[in-house]
Structures are given as C-alpha cells and as structure tokens.
Design a protein around this ligand. Structure first.
Ligand code: GLY
Ligand code: MN
Ligand code: MN
Length: 430
C-alpha cells in the first residue's frame, strides 16, 4: 500500500455500527474482490471491495470478514480470514498479511487462514439462524461479472438451505453515508492531492498540449503523494469534448481559445475525491466564457448553501433546477416561453444541464448513502452544476466535495483549489 497506516479504531467503530443493526443469532459475511483477469497471466490491479475495507481495513485479495456478535465463544464474534502466506509468496509477491498484521490493520483479534473458512463457518452456522449477504444495491450499479461475494452467496444458499437470509446492503447504505472524522480526514487528503495535481496542470496547460499529457501531469502528482492514482476514469475534454459527459478518450489537442473541462480526482487509501474544473486553454477567459462560467459558479455557490441537515436530496435537485433556469434565462439560452411550456418531468433547463447536482462521495466516488431521508451532518456530497453548449464547442462544469455541518454552510474540502476566474487567470499567467 502506498498510503500511511490507518488507525484501526476506525474499523472497530464501523463494525460496531454494523453489528448494532444485526438481528439476534445472525452471521454476516463480507468477501474481498477478485483480482480480475485481462488475458494470459495479466491481471487488473487489485481494488478491494469497499464494504470489506470499510469494516476491516484489510486491503488484500482472498479475504473474508465474518461478524457473529452472538457467537458462544467470544473469539468467534469477529473473524478475519486471510490467505495463508509463506516464504515463497513473500519472495514472489511481497509481504502479505500475517495473522499479526491482520490484527494490526483491522483490530480483529481472531485471524485465521482462508483454507480453514469452510470448517469454521460450518461450526458457527450450527449456532446461527440467519446469514447476512452483501449484495450490491447501489442505485447506479450495473454489474455483469460474478463477484467473489456472488459465488459465496450461491455456495452458502446451497449448503445451508434451512437458514434465513438478510441483506447487509441497507445497513451499509446507511452507515457508510455518514462519515467518521477519520474518514473525512482521508477524503480531505485525497482532495488535497487532487488540488496539487490541478495546480501543476494550471502551470502546464497552453495551446497545443494534448489531453493525455494533462492526464499524465495529474497522475505524476497523484503518485508522488502516495495515491494509487485516479479515483475514477478521468475526463480531460477540451472544446466540444467537454459536452460529452462521459468523454474518457482524452486524446485531442487543446486549441487556443477553447475551454478545457477536467473531471479528475485522486484516490487516497481507497477514499475518493471528485473534482471538476474548467479552464481556458490559453489562460484568459473570453467575455462569453466568463459569462457562462460565472453563471455555473453562482449555481454552485447557491446549491452548496442548501446542503444542510434536513435537506431532501430530491427537493434540493428541484431547487437547483430553478436556480439554473434563472441563470439560463439571464444568458438568453432559455426564454420565458421555454419555461412556461416545460415538461415537468424534463424541465427546460435540462437541455443545457442534464445530470444531477450532487451525489454521496467517499470510499466509492458515487458512494453509498441514503437519498430519500433528510441529509445529516458529516455526510459528504459533491456539488457539480454545469452548462453544456455543444454549438459553441464549450462545456463548463465545476465540482467540489463538501461535508455537511451540524449548523451553517457545509465545509468545502476543496476550498483551497483555485476556482474563481481571477485566481485561475493569475495562476496560468504567472
Ligand atoms: N466524476 C464522476 C462524477 O462527477 O460524478
Ligand atoms: Mn466528477
Ligand atoms: Mn461527481
């Protein structure tokens, strides 16, 4: 791991939050991700299953976490199973979690080798009535591959057909949505690294640079700051490409006079950051670019003020839509008739701003978190309005990550990252 060790007290607390919601006599099991194959003996870099990481801090393949608060033997109330390591593995793959190290990262006293899982699990299942399975119910999920978790669920249902099943996901959606101070610090660190990348890019960008060169500048700064890299596939789109919402080719040359949209974020210790900045390739905004940029910035500032305890995500989006509508009227992009005749299911502003304004952010970029109950302190949200004008070869989006406070406006974890027109021009021309 490139990141500094995390105090296991975070994972101890996360487990306590989870087990407090479990039914009596129940076991919950969480599996690591697989290492996904590419071809021949090539594999994708390993990414830990976020739920397992959240509950254990174990950042290694072939790992299982078992929680059984009512186990008769106290040592079996929480168990971490890790792949047995040996000298051969240590030479070829590097140090893996030993039993001692497993305890150190997770705070779990009972660490067994994975090869013993079935035997131990069978014994514990005779004490339990119910098993919690960890299915993925994220509102945007779309998974075609069978995960290690899926294989476990299939195996378990066949092996233990007389047990009852429960879902871990609703519990995780709730507890992961509200962040611990230690998590906010880790997200803050990811944001800080992203900011360093952006400053580097402000000095680098000029007419003629290629989008992939800009991507490389970010990566350089991320890696040298102990990040593994991008938290999600970066979007570096100049001119028209900024209007393609999921543009990830990043293969065009940046032209004098164009705007450049960059939706990039560093990960740190598996925590994401999610930033968007849009800058003029030549370091000076035209009057038109300033006008549209300022409109987006005003919407962002107004939207941010609404991220307070009690706000409902759905209503918030409607309010942001109204603010955006008024800005688009001001820009002459909509007229009164467009608004009067609008379809309530697809309001007029959506022609220029067709995506959401905010999502939960954390271990996953589009993180778990409740969306139908009122917002609470210590939830982390993005704020990311945009105006896309393909006819003008210009798309502008601005995005920061903020933490809801008990009182007052949210804390902006990206408040030090240049955003105002003057700051950006000054930085690009110094
Ligand atoms: N970078 C993905 C998003 O902004 O939601
Ligand atoms: Mn983003
Ligand atoms: Mn986002």
């Amino acid at each position: 791991m490139k990141y500094h060790p995390i105090d296991p007290a975070l994972f101890v607390k996360n487990r306590a939050k989870f087990t407090a919601k479990m039914k009596p006599g129940s076991i919950a099991v969480f599996n690591s991700n697989d290492i996904y194959p590419i071809g021949a003996d090539s594999t994708m870099p390993f990414e830990q299953a976020r739920d397992l990481f959240y509950l254990s801090g174990a950042d290694q393949e072939e790992t299982i976490l078992l929680l059984f608060p009512d186990a008769i033997e106290p040592k079996h109330r929480e168990i971490l199973f890790v792949r047995e390591t040996n000298e051969h593995i240590a030479i070829w793959e590097g140090a893996k979690l030993t039993k001692e190290k497993g305890y150190e990262v997770s705070g779990i006293k009972t660490v067994y080798w994975l090869k013993d899982f079935e035997k131990i699990f069978f014994g514990l299942m005779t004490e339990a009535d119910t098993v919690y399975f960890n299915t993925n119910e994220h509102y945007r999920q779309s998974v075609e591959t069978q995960t290690r978790e899926d294989r476990f669920i299939k195996w378990c249902k066949e092996k233990f057909p007389a047990h009852k099943w429960e879902k871990s996901n609703p519990i995780l959606q709730n507890i992961r949505g509200t962040k611990e101070p230690r998590e906010i610090a880790l997200i803050g660190q990811a944001c800080k690294i992203t900011g360093k990348g952006f400053r580097r890019v402000l000095e680098f960008v000029k007419p003629g640079v290629w989008e992939y060169e800009i991507e490389a500048e970010y990566m350089h700064e991320f890696l040298r700051n102990r990040s593994r890299g991008f938290a999600y596939t970066p979007i570096v789109g100049s001119g028209f490409s900024a209007c393609v919402l999921h543009y990830i080719e990043n293969n065009q040359q940046c032209k004098d006079g164009d705007m450049l949209l960059m939706d990039v974020g560093a990960e740190y210790a598996n925590y994401a950051s999610d930033m968007t900045r849009t800058i003029p390739v030549n370091g000076r905004f035209t009057a038109r670019q300033k006008e549209v940029y300022s409109a987006v910035l005003r919407v962002k500032k107004e939207a941010t003020k609404m991220l307070v305890p009690g706000t409902l995500w759905g209503e918030y989006h409607q309010e942001v839509g109204k603010i955006m509508t008024s800005e688009l009227l001001g820009l002459g992009l909509l007229d009164k008739a467009d608004v009067q005749n609008e379809n309530p299911d697809w309001p007029a502003y959506k022609k220029y701003f067709m995506h959401g304004t905010s999502h939960h952010m954390g271990l996953d970029t589009h993180d778990y978190g409740p969306l139908k109950t009122p917002m609470q302190a210590n939830m982390v949200f993005t704020v990311e309005p945009g105006i896309y004008l393909p006819g003008e070869n210009m798309g502008i989006r601005l995005e920061d990550d903020v933490v809801i406070q008990e009182q007052g406006e949210p804390l902006n974890l990206m408040q030090d990252i240049p955003l105002e027109i003057e700051e950006i021009e000054e930085y690009m021309n110094k």
